[in-house]
Design a protein around this ligand. Structure first.
Ligand code: MV4
Length: 509
C-alpha cells in the first residue's frame, strides 16, 4: 500500500470555459473552496468568469493563444495562490505535458497521471494493455500495419468489413471502413496519410467492423493506488459526426448480467493502469450481445450529470477528494442505479444545414424548473456566443423514476423551453425522442444517419419572429373574443408556441 499524503486544496483554478467551468465551480463552492477562472478576450463577460471568485485574463480569443497555453494558466494559478488546477474536458484535459508541468510547478492536477493519459491516448498501447489485462478488445491487430498485402491477409482472417483506425486517433477521426480486399491498398495509404498529417503519427491498426453497434460507457473512479469502483453505465448512441447529442442512463440495452460484466470490465481497465480520479471506459456492444473495449477517456465527461442523477453522486467532489489524497469517497456496495436520466445537449447549430454552427446573441433562455430538471449552462440572456469555441451552450438533464416517465418529462420540458436569438437544436431533440426506435430504446449509433432527413427539416426561421407573430395572432383573436389567453385550449404544437409567445412578448421589452 502506498501512503497517500494529504494535500491542502482551498483554492482551485478551473482551466476551462462554458458550462463545464461553471459546473466545476459550483461543486468547488459547495466544498468551501475558492475559485479562479481564466478567460480569453472574448470571454470577459462569460458566465464562468461571473461565477468565479477571481478571474485572470490569459490572451486572445483563439484557444491556441489562451485556453491551450499551459504556461499562462499555471502562472495564473501561482499568482492567485491556487493549490490545484481542474482541467474540465477538452482543451488541456488529456495533455500529459500539461499535467506534468502543473505538478512540476508544485500544484495538484485534478485528474489522472500523465502515464495513464499516454497509455490510453495511444489506441494500440491501450489495446495491448487491455488484452493483457483480460478486457475484451475487438478482434484485430495489436501492432501497426503498413504493408497492404499483410493488411489484406489479416483482414481475410478477421472477415470483411474491417475498420482501419489511427492509433493516435479518437472520437471518430482517422477511421476508414474497408469492405473488400480490392479496396485495402488505397484505404491503408489514405488513412496513414491522414493520420500522419492530423496527429503526426501514421500508425494504423485493423479491427473487425461491428455493424449497428451501441455505444455504452462506464463511469469509473480510481484511487491512483490500484483500486477502482464503477458508477454504472451511460448509453450514448445518439450522435452525429461522432458528436454525442443525447445520452441516457441506465442503458435500455443491458440485462443485469451484461451490465455486471461490462462494469466489471471497466473496473479491471481502471485498475490495470492504477487510474487516479474520474474516467470513462467506452465499449461497443454488438447486436449479438458481445462487447468490446474501445477507448478510455481520462477526464470528466460532458455527460457526467446523468450518472450523478441516477447514482446520486457528485463527481466533481469525488475528483477533488481523490486529488487531496483522501481516496474514493464512495463504496461500491453503497452505489446503485435509481430511476432514469436523459441528457440533451443544446448546440448553437442548424440541424437543417448539416448541423452547421450558428452564432448570435442569446436573447431568451428560459428552461422551466420542476422536479427532476437540471440545466448545466455556460450562457445567459444577453451573452454573445463566440465563434471560437465548441458550439455546445448548455445541457438539459431530466430525471424520473422510469424511462417512460423520463421521456414524458423530457418532452414537456423541451416544449416549454425557450431559446431565442440563435439557431439551435431544441426542435431536433423533440424530433429524436418521438422516433419509434428512440422511444423503444432499440436505437444504435446509426440512428441520426438512418432516420434524420435534413432536406425535410423546417427552414431556419428565427423562432422569435415566429413566436411574436403567433403571439400577435393570439392576442388579436383574444381581443375579438374577449377571453383570457391563458385559458386557450392547449395546442399540440411542437414549439408550444402560445407559452413561448407570451414569454417572447414579455421579455426584453
Ligand atoms: C468502431 C465501430 C465499429 N467497429 N470500431 C467511433 C469513434 C471511436 N471511439 C470508435 N468508433 C467506432 N469504432 C469497430 N471495430 C464503430 C464506431 C462508431 C461509433 C462508436 C461509438 C459511438 C458512435 C459511433 C459512430 C460511428 C462509428
Amino acid at each position: 500500500m502506498t501512503t497517500t499524503s494529504t494535500r491542502e486544496i482551498s483554492k482551485v483554478l478551473v482551466a476551462n470555459r462554458g458550462e463545464i467551468a461553471v459546473r466545476i465551480m459550483q461543486g468547488l463552492k459547495e466544498m468551501g473552496i475558492a475559485t479562479v477562472a481564466v478567460y480569453s478576450e472574448v470571454d470577459r463577460e462569460a458566465l464562468h468568469v461571473l461565477c468565479a471568485d477571481e478571474a485572470v485574463p490569459i490572451g486572445p480569443a483563439p484557444a491556441a493563444e489562451s485556453y491551450l497555453v499551459a504556461d499562462k494558466i499555471i502562472q495564473a494559478a501561482l499568482e492567485t495562490g491556487a493549490q490545484a488546477i481542474h482541467p474540465g474536458y477538452g482543451f488541456l484535459s488529456e495533455n500529459g505535458d500539461f499535467s506534468r508541468a502543473v505538478e512540476a510547478a508544485g500544484l495538484v492536477f485534478i485528474g489522472p497521471t500523465a502515464d495513464s493519459m499516454a497509455v490510453m491516448g495511444d489506441k494500440l498501447s491501450a489495446r495491448r494493455k487491455m488484452r493483457a489485462s483480460g478486457v475484451p478488445v475487438v478482434p484485430g491487430t495489436d501492432e501497426p500495419v503498413t504493408d497492404p498485402d499483410t493488411a489484406a491477409k489479416i483482414a481475410a482472417e478477421i472477415g470483411y468489413p474491417v475498420l482501419l483506425k489511427a492509433s493516435a486517433g479518437g472520437g471518430g477521426k482517422g477511421m476508414r471502413i474497408v469492405q473488400e480486399p480490392e479496396a485495402m491498398a488505397t484505404a491503408l495509404r489514405e488513412t496513414m496519410g491522414e493520420a500522419g498529417a492530423a496527429f503526426g503519427n501514421d500508425a494504423i491498426f485493423i479491427e473487425k467492423y461491428i455493424t449497428d453497434p451501441k455505444h455504452i460507457e462506464v463511469q469509473v473512479l480510481g484511487d491512483g493506488a490500484g483500486r477502482a469502483i464503477h458508477l454504472f453505465e451511460r448509453e450514448c448512441s445518439v450522435q452525429r459526426r461522432h458528436q454525442k447529442v443525447i445520452e441516457e442512463s441506465p442503458s435500455p440495452s443491458l440485462t443485469p448480467e451484461l451490465r455486471a460484466e461490462i462494469c466489471a470490465a471497466a473496473v479491471k481497465t481502471a485498475e490495470a493502469i492504477s487510474y487516479r480520479g474520474a474516467g470513462t471506459v467506452e465499449f461497443i456492444l454488438a447486436p449479438d450481445g458481445s462487447f468490446y473495449f474501445l477507448e478510455m477517456n481520462t477526464r470528466l465527461q460532458v455527460e457526467h450529470p446523468i450518472t450523478e442523477m441516477v447514482v446520486g453522486v457528485d463527481l466533481v467532489r469525488a475528483m477533488v477528494e481523490i486529488a487531496r489524497g483522501g481516496g474514493i469517497c464512495y463504496r461500491q456496495e453503497e452505489l446503485g442505479q435509481h430511476g432514469w436520466a436523459l441528457e440533451f445537449r443544446l448546440y448553437a447549430e442548424d440541424p437543417g444545414r448539416n448541423f452547421a454552427p450558428s452564432i448570435g446573441r442569446i436573447e431568451t433562455l428560459a428552461v422551466p424548473g420542476g422536479p427532476g430538471v437540471r440545466l448545466d449552462t455556460g450562457v445567459y440572456e444577453g451573452f454573445d456566443v463566440p465563434i471560437h469555441y465548441d458550439p455546445m451552450l448548455a445541457k438539459l438533464i431530466v430525471w424520473a423514476e422510469t424511462r417512460e416517465l423520463a421521456l414524458a418529462r423530457a418532452r414537456r420540458v423541451l416544449k416549454e423551453s425557450a431559446l431565442h436569438g440563435i439557431t439551435h437544436n431544441l426542435p431536433f431533440h423533440l424530433w429524436a425522442i418521438s422516433q419509434p426506435s428512440f422511444a423503444d430504446g432499440s436505437y444504435t449509433t446509426h440512428f441520426v444517419a438512418d432516420h434524420f432527413d435534413p432536406a425535410g427539416w423546417l427552414p431556419g426561421l428565427d423562432p422569435r419572429t415566429g413566436e411574436i407573430l403567433a403571439a400577435a395572432a393570439v392576442l388579436s383573436e383574444e381581443r375579438l373574443r374577449g377571453t383570457d389567453p391563458h385559458r386557450l385550449p392547449a395546442t399540440e404544437c411542437h414549439a408550444n408556441w402560445h407559452l413561448n409567445a407570451l414569454r417572447a412578448m414579455t421579455r426584453n421589452t
